[in-house]
Ligand binder design. Structure first.
Ligand SMILES: Nc1nc2c(c(=O)[nH]1)N[C@H]1C(S)=C(S)[C@@H](COP(=O)(O)OP(=O)(O)OC[C@H]3O[C@@H](n4cnc5c(=O)[nH]c(N)nc54)[C@H](O)[C@@H]3O)O[C@H]1N2
Ligand SMILES: Nc1nc2c(c(=O)[nH]1)N[C@H]1C(S)=C(S)[C@@H](COP(=O)(O)OP(=O)(O)OC[C@H]3O[C@@H](n4cnc5c(=O)[nH]c(N)nc54)[C@H](O)[C@@H]3O)O[C@H]1N2
Ligand SMILES: [Mo]
Length: 767
């Protein structure tokens, strides 16, 4: 065994400003500018020919699913192109012509690369062949595929207990890859399956399962055109789900009302110029938001309670504001909810949420007379200490209005990664499901472990304590995505082995274990050929529809292997020949994997044929108002408490959000066009009154500090920008601010880090 030399790895790269330029925030999203920017990114990374080749096939029935977000495709995709600006950027990032090969790694050590920004690291290009970093070295060197598998297998065999390994999944992997991965992990003997959902929509899953019986949303894309009201809470579709704007446009054109609830007035929610329509290119576009409720960070429960209280008063007079028949037939806990609401005065709720009473009244008037209501939400609700309760309060409102199980209404947790929902459906889950275990046992003849596994936060803590010694990542960028960057980096670096199945180089490959292996994989857009024939895999979108995805671009390198092939390769090396599961065959044959998925999950019956064309919907009990899984067979109202903050003088609540030019930790560029910020990411948005109160000028340089568990964490060097944001609230981008999120602070029940409500103070940097 070679001695380990601790490496000197920077967790964030050298901190420097990049030359900020400012403009007024945009008043609309998309339009011709979006098309221009999309093509600029695409041409720069992959040239003109490949750009059109790729973009023309994205989200088309015979093509590949966009590697960006999970928003569904319409049943008849537009021939003009069914992609958005940020989908084009996602493709450009994956299909770039740049390469990170052996020369790159011999030229730069992991210590060197770690000084670069995430933006620079990402722009280095695609990984081309398997590489290994040995304990006594700071340079990755090439390794053959088979040898890499054997090295991993050997290390896994050396563990005293299978629970000493953790297997992370990011949500871009196909159903086939995720199923095989989950099967291998269970056969290996652990449920340690942290995944990106743990940092994302876990709070939604927990809240929806408890209240409605299934952890997924209930609306279909068509419902947007039928809805009378769409509420968009804690979500920024203009940047993160741009194709959702077409659905909102349809709602508006059919006479619907849009209510947005957000501490920021996001451009994408103000007005939309649809680039697929002539009027969107040359006209003024469609106004989207009718009523904007500028809630203070993490005061959505207060706002929703206030609305419910006012609706209840109206209902007392009119008798028809709530859907009493629905409540009577399908729900439980109505009386307790009304009683709970009485505990609060309107004034205290209004003071907590900070929304002017007139605006609340306007929203209440709209909601009072409408029944078809959709509530959409994303990270603005899930990433708080009370993330689960935020969502339960939304469910309360829908139940009161009977807005479930009918066209134009329902829950819409807008998912992040393009297949994060599918990965969960086919078994990526740290909890134990006796039903799944029984089905696996029946199909494969082994008993999966019945001990709860570790989620993201607890995996990090286990690695930090030395209880977990091997980390395997199927995609993702664990160190930059997770909270408490220094702590997480230390945790990974304590591991004996880290394994990264990735398309592109990222910081997690640098904050590596003593030994570290990079296994480069095919991207979604790339041709995956077996026996001379291109093959497809399947994904599930945000609305529970499973469909095919088939890449067509020439792979970045001939050495790349597909994710199922890599996962099967590791499994085969671990179990060697004598095992009841045919790992080798599974690693080579997606049809066989799909057969096994269908054997384990009834709802995937005939997936081979049904996933063709526009695909098929998985069953959804809420759509049929089937609450038989729940206590007394009823949907559950919840009594949620108000989040209380005893803020000290000088303290702020910080939300860490995405700019327009990033996909999570992948930084496409340095602009946040809709918010009027160009060429800089180290910024913090602040209310002008707070700036005045504390004597700050625009572009003053500050540090932000959080203090939890007696420890001070610092994010150094941010430029202050005046912005329309509630007083006492701040906004800044992640991953730069993840150093501030303590590993110990996460949502009750779902363990999702509190990335949207971190208590911070700021200090001026004197130059
Ligand atoms: N282009 C692009 N697309 C993406 C991604 C990306 O990074 N780039 N990421 C993907 C992933 S994994 C995900 S999960 C989604 C994320 O999609 P979003 O959830 O839209 O992403 P965030 O930038 O985190 O934005 C959160 C929004 O919530 C608001 N917000 C913050 N705190 C609160 C609060 O307390 N209450 C309310 N009401 N609002 C609040 C913020 O102002 C912001 O508008 O997008 C997916 N799509
Ligand atoms: N402070 C703060 N932190 C957050 C959030 C926040 O809002 N604020 N959001 C959280 C959320 S919602 C999420 S989902 C997580 C995201 O966490 P992750 O999913 O771990 O992070 P990504 O940045 O999406 O991962 C990008 C990497 O995935 C790899 N990759 C890309 N495509 C593929 C592929 O097809 N196959 C494989 N194998 N690898 C691929 C590339 O190497 C790329 O560098 O971050 C969370 N962290
Ligand atoms: Mo996410």
């Amino acid at each position: 065994m070679t001695a380990f030399q601790k490496r000197n790895i920077a967790i964030q790269g050298d901190i420097k400003f990049t030359g900020i330029r400012l403009q007024a925030p945009a008043q609309y999203a998309a339009g011709p500018k979006a098309v221009k920017v999309a093509l600029q990114h695409a041409f720069k990374e992959m040239g003109v020919v490949k750009s059109f080749e790729g973009l023309n096939q994205m989200n088309q029935k015979e093509g590949f699913d966009c590697p960006g977000c999970a928003w569904p495709d319409p049943d008849t995709p537009s021939k003009l192109g069914e992609y958005c600006e940020n989908g084009a950027k996602a493709l450009a990032e994956e299909a770039t012509d740049k390469r990170v090969g052996v020369d790159f790694f011999s030229k730069y050590s992991v210590e060197d690369i770690s000084r670069w920004s995430d933006y620079q690291i990402g722009k280095s290009g695609r990984l081309t062949q398997p590489m290994i970093l040995l304990p006594d070295s700071v340079h990755y060197i090439p390794i053959a595929w088979e040898e890499a598998y054997q090295t991993i297998a050997k290390q896994l065999h050396e563990l005293k207990d299978p629970d000493e390994a953790v297997f992370y999944t990011s949500g871009r992997s196909s159903n086939e890859a995720a199923f095989l991965y989950g099967l291998f992990i269970r056969a290996f003997g652990t449920n340690n399956m942290p995944d990106c959902s743990n940092m994302c929509h876990e709070s939604s899953g927990v809240a929806l399962k408890e209240t409605l019986g299934i952890g997924k949303g209930s609306v279909l894309l068509d419902d947007f055109g039928k809805a009378e009201v769409v509420m968009v809470i804690g979500q920024n579709p203009g940047t993160n789900h741009p194709r959702m704007l077409s659905a909102l446009q349809e709602c508006k054109e059919n006479g619907g009302t849009i209510i947005s609830v957000n501490p920021l007035e996001e451009a994408g929610l103000i007005r939309f110029k649809n680039p697929q329509e002539i009027k969107g290119i040359i006209g003024t576009g469609v106004a989207l938001t009718d009523i904007h409720l500028q809630v203070r960070i993490n005061q959505d429960v207060a706002l929703l309670k206030l609305m419910i209280k006012k609706l209840a008063m109206l209902d007392e007079v009119q008798g028809n504001v709530f859907d009493h028949e629905f409540i009577q037939t399908y729900t439980e806990g109505y009386t307790a909810l009304l009683k709970d609401i009485e505990k609060y005065t309107e004034e205290e709720l209004q003071v907590s949420c900070g929304v002017p009473m007139n605006d609340v009244e306007a929203a209440v008037q709209v909601l009072a007379s409408r029944q078809k209501i959709i509530i959409c939400w994303a990270m603005g609700l899930t990433q708080h200490k009370n993330g689960v309760e935020n969502i339960k309060e939304c469910v309360n409102l829908l139940l009161l209005k009977g807005s479930l199980g009918k066209p134009g209404s329902g829950t819409c947790p807008v998912r992040g990664h393009s297949n994060v929902q599918g990965d969960r459906t086919v078994g990526i889950m740290h909890h134990v499901s006796p039903v799944l275990n029984a089905a696996i046992e029946k199909t494969f003849g082994f008993s999966p472990p019945d001990k709860e596994g570790l989620d993201t936060v607890h995996s990090i803590q286990a690695m930090h304590k030395g209880k977990a010694k091997v980390f395997v990542g199927l995609g993702g960028n664990f160190v930059s995505a997770a909270s408490d960057t220094q702590y997480t980096a230390d945790a990974l670096q304590k591991c004996e082995l880290t394994v990264h199945i990735s398309t592109k180089l990222n910081r997690t490959h640098l904050t590596a274990g003593k030994t570290s292996i990079i296994l480069p994989t095919l991207g979604r857009s790339e041709l995956d050929v077996k026996d001379g024939k291109p093959r497809f895999f399947t994904v599930e979108n945000s609305m529970g529809k499973v469909h095919q995805s088939k890449g067509l671009l020439t792979p970045a390198s001939q050495t790349l292997r597909s994710e199922p092939s890599i996962v099967g390769g590791i499994a085969n090396a671990y179990f060697q020949k004598e095992h009841s599961i045919p790992w080798k065959s599974l690693s080579e044959d997606y049809v066989l994997i799909r057969e096994k998925i269908a054997a384990v999950y009834n709802e995937f019956k005939d997936v081979e044929t049904k996933s063709k064309g526009s695909g098929f919907y998985l069953p959804n009990t809420v759509r049929n108002l089937d609450f038989s899984q729940l206590p007394n067979g009823k949907a559950q109202f919840s009594c949620c408490s108000l989040p209380k903050y005893q803020m000290k003088e000088g303290e702020f609540i910080l939300m860490t959000i995405r700019s327009h030019d990033q996909f999570n930790t992948t930084i496409y560029g340095l602009n946040d066009r809709y918010r009027g910020v160009y060429n800089e990411r180290r910024i913090v948005f602040m209310n002008p009154k707070d700036m005045e109160k504390y004597g700050y000028e625009k572009l003053d340089v500050v540090n932000m500090m959080s203090r939890y568990d007696g420890v001070e964490r610092k994010a150094a060097q941010f430029l202050i920008l005046p912005y329309t944001i509630p007083e006492g609230n701040l906004a800044s981008y992640f991953p730069e601010t993840n150093v501030l999120v303590p590993i110990t602070q996460y949502a009750d029940q779902s363990n999702t880090p509190i990335s949207k409500s971190i208590r911070v103070t700021i200090e001026r940097v004197v130059s």
